[in-house]
Design a protein around this ligand. Sequence first.
Ligand code: XMP
Ligand code: MG
Length: 186
Amino acid sequence: MVNVMEKDILKVLVSEEELKERVRQLGEQINEKYRDKRPLFLGVLKGSFIFMADLVRASGLKADVEFIAVSSYHNGTRSSGVVQITHDLQQDITGRDIIVVEDILDSGNTLSFLVGYFKAKGAASVSIATLLDKPSRRTKPVTAEFVGFNVPDEFVVGYGLDYAQMYRNLPYIGVLKAEVYENALD
Ligand code: XMP
Ligand code: MG
């Protein structure tokens, strides 16, 4: 089979094998912390969907799942800064232990807003599991308890992360060739 996305990739930052092993480790850490609880894995759509699916299975816990969708990024690589809920919680989270599952923690805008939102909704506790962290970009004081990998300040795609809604289904984390962005501007 020809993977038609491959030709757009400049380099692989985190391989499929590295992702698999790290998610297994994060699952273990979460299992140890929440073994006696029934946490709610709360995925931030759309970027978290693949990480969420793997992490919740790796946790080995009696857990349930929920999703919220926000938009702060428009098509492209720039943040608008404003966080808007585009699909809200479909259940009461009062008293729940929440594990927010994110693809990437960048400026911290999205997660600082969401942590405040879930606390205001009555969550008993809120912790963050993010696949990727770009600590150099932080403008809000947000820390994730469970972090897959720190990445440099480059725009990354794959394993849930997109560019213009594409490349989410790459099985690894990679960086796109500059021409992909240039062509998109035509
Ligand atoms: P903030 O700045 O709110 O950003 O912490 C979090 C959201 O920004 C998106 N984001 C990226 N998406 N590649 C992506 O595909 C990236 O390198 C990247 N950096 C930030 C992402 O949606 C995340 O939820
Ligand atoms: Mg996201």
